[in-house]
Design a protein around this ligand. Structure first.
Ligand code: DX5
Ligand code: ZN
Length: 225
């Protein structure tokens, strides 16, 4: 075994919202490392989801880090409300931020951990100047907007490139892969350099979400040898 611990961040996008507290407890007991919350505004992506109110509710049932993924056009405006609601990491899309440094500083000032997310078509170079300022890079392996899409393996060279920069410059950010992660795709993601795997459908649509989370981690760590 390589000994590299892979972090798992279940996305509640595919959870049963009539029993959200139980769903979170279940993955927490199964060893989830953080909870991923997908925020969509109907502008940046063609779907609408959750606001700070849901983050507040999740914060009441768990002490795990909450990893908020903002898929919205105005991240600077809304980030502080998510941090006050209990978010730990706040990732916003490079495509939605002409001046990422401003947003990063804004998030730091509000005592959040800033992250940058990249759509599949966006090259790593677009976030390179900001890597030393952030705590998380979210590499999308689906086009953002919906759970349950297929993993885009063609994004892996970009993950390797970001992992190489991280190593070469001894940077501290986590590399998170988001979209289409399951027992089959987890191995490729971590051998390419992922530290954190997000999974919505694979975990919450499984008969036993807790067991499935363990199997995804097992598959990932086995691939690292
Ligand atoms: C997609 C979201 C993802 C999504 C992942 O826009 O950012 O976090 O919930 O869903 P699965 O794991 O089902 O691909
Ligand atoms: Zn996400």
């Amino acid at each position: 075994m390589s000994g590299r611990r892979i972090l798992i961040s279940p996305s509640i996008l595919a959870a049963d919202f009539t029993r959200l507290g139980d769903e979170i407890k279940r993955v927490e007991e199964a060893g989830a490392d953080m909870i991923h919350i997908d925020v969509m505004d109907g502008h940046f992506v063609p779907n609408l989801t959750m606001g700070p109110f849901i983050v507040q509710a999740v914060r009441r049932v768990t002490e795990l880090p909450i990893d908020v993924h903002l898929m919205i056009t105005d991240p600077e405006k809304f980030a502080p409300a998510f941090i006050s609601a209990g978010a730990t990491y706040i990732a916003f899309h490079r495509e939605a931020a002409p001046e990422p440094k401003r947003v990063i500083e804004h998030i730091r000032r509000a005592r959040g951990k800033p992250g940058l997310a990249l759509n599949p078509a966006n090259p790593a170079e677009s976030i390179e100047p900001y890597l030393e300022l952030i705590d998380l890079v979210v590499v999308m392996t689906v086009n953002p907007g919906f759970a349950g899409q297929g993993f885009m393996a063609g994004v892996m060279p970009k993950v390797q490139q970001i992992a190489d920069w991280k190593k070469r410059h001894s940077l501290g950010f986590l590399i998170q892969i988001d979209g289409g992660i399951n027992r089959t795709t987890a191995g490729t993601a971590v051998t390419s350099g992922a530290d954190v795997l997000v999974a919505a459908s694979a975990i919450f649509k499984a008969d036993d979400p807790g067991a499935e989370l363990g199997l995804i981690r097992q598959a990932a760590e086995a691939a690292l040898g």
